[in-house]
Design a protein around this ligand. Structure first.
Ligand SMILES: C[S@@+](CC[C@H](N)C(=O)[O-])C[C@H]1O[C@@H](n2cnc3c(N)ncnc32)[C@H](O)[C@@H]1O
Ligand code: SF4
Length: 377
């Protein structure tokens, strides 16, 4: 999908392979590792197509998954070869690779460094073996700790993923996971509340054993306790689910929240440019067949209307601590009166604050932001 002009874009590449499937995951993933060479060749081919005319500048690259850290050296080298011949990576281009703790070793770290990776995002989830087993993670807490230490020592910017709302996690265990996170001192922490709206093994477990899961109040308490622990340790809560040491915000992820152009390659990858949104097919066989036939593997593509674009800007902007210009919100309220009424309620309950022409949600407001944002659509 063309992105106009020579302004730097971001590039997301989805590498869907995982050694095993985690109990909570609904991402586009595959455990058929024998398909990896074909899928990497297809992603490289797409990257070459997206880069035309050659030399288009990139401000960020994000290899997400799936588990990009699982990809063999020669396959990753092929992908980076395509990237470097097709695009110009700007100075200070952020190049993130998602990693499972089990894959982190000195040889892989050396490879990633040579290829130009600058940032490693490590899926930790929790620092308790019993919980990690329940999640069907393939690493234990010691491996997670070792991985974070190794990646930090190798000089990468490090982001760490944690999850909240997990079955069987006590307030004390969460506090211990947060203390361990603060002790390790990564540059960035993403904290995701377990999503239960799509089918996965933990949804089935919750049907049989609801007693294992925190109720809404307990999950809310976990979210607020996380904020207190990380902000108290010097992290900035800059987005509803993300914390960073000053200056270490995820630049690629910010592109989505700020509506800046992001190209997309790989099965199920989503892209955006101006008002255009599109997605590649999420079916691996269909994706491979399209790319190998020289066709774009795009499943759908559409342009947002001006009103939709504004609502999207408001929805994403309210996820950010920097907030949204009051006039944008008033324009939304004019076309969605229910949203205007909810926003007034949020302001009067101090779930949102308005200062110098900008509205921001507070952490308590973020917790219940679905109630506000549902009124936008
Ligand atoms: C693609 S994975 C990260 C890299 C690697 N695949 C791993 O898991 O180690 C992205 C992150 O999304 C989060 N996640 C996945 N499924 C989720 C769900 N159902 N609810 C909340 N967070 C989820 C996890 O924290 C996970 O680390
Ligand atoms: S959470 Fe990560 S490792 Fe687990 S199945 Fe999903 S993408 Fe794969």
């Amino acid at each position: 999908m063309p992105v106009g002009g020579r302004h730097a874009a971001g590039l997301y590449v989805h590498l869907p392979f995982c050694a095993t499937r985690c109990a909570y995951c609904t991402f586009v993933t595959s455990t058929e590792l024998e398909t990896m060479p074909r899928a990497l060749a297809a992603a490289a081919r797409e990257v070459e197509r997206l880069g035309r005319p050659a030399g288009r500048p990139l401000a960020s690259v994000y290899l997400g998954g799936g588990t990009p850290s699982l990809v063999a050296a020669e396959l990753l080298e092929g992908l980076f070869g395509a990237l470097r011949t097709s695009f110009t990576l700007r100075d200070r281009c952020e190049v993130t690779l998602e990693a499972n703790p089990d894959d982190v070793d000195p040889a892989r770290l050396g490879l990633w460094r040579r290829l130009g990776v600058t940032r490693v995002s490590i899926g930790v989830q929790a620092f308790h073996d019993r919980i990690l087993r329940l999640l069907n993670r393939r690493h234990d807490a010691a491996a997670a700790r070792r991985a974070v230490e190794l990646v930090l020592a190798a000089g990468f910017v490090v982001s760490l993923d944690l999850m909240l709302g997990l079955p069987g996690m006590s307030a004390g265990e969460l506090a211990a996971s947060l203390a361990e996170t603060v002790r390790l001192r990564p540059h960035h922490v993403s904290v995701y509340l377990l999503e239960m709206d799509k089918p996965h093994a933990l949804v089935r477990l919750a049907e049989r054993r609801p007693d294992l899961f925190p109720d809404a109040d307990a999950a809310a308490a976990q979210y607020l306790a996380t904020g207190r622990a990380l902000v108290g340790a010097g992290f900035r809560h800059y987005e509803i689910s993300n914390y960073a040491l000053p200056g270490c915000e995820a630049r690629h992820n910010l592109r989505y929240w700020l509506g800046q152009p992001v190209l997309a390659a790989g099965v199920g990858a989503h892209g955006q440019a101006g008002r255009r949104r599109w997605a590649n097919t999420a079916e691996l066989p269909a994706y491979l067949a399209a790319v190998e036939a020289g066709e774009a593997p795009v499943a759908w593509s559409r342009s947002l209307s001006e009103d939709e674009a504004r609502r999207e800007r408001v929805m994403l902007g309210l996820r950010l601590a920097r907030g949204v210009a009051s006039e944008e919100l008033h324009a939304c309220a004019a076309s969605a009166p229910e949203f205007g009424a909810r926003l007034e309620e949020f302001l009067s309950l101090s779930l949102a604050r308005e200062r110098r022409g900008t509205v921001r949600l507070t952490p308590r407001g973020w917790l219940v932001s679905n109630e506000l944002l549902a009124a936008l659509w």
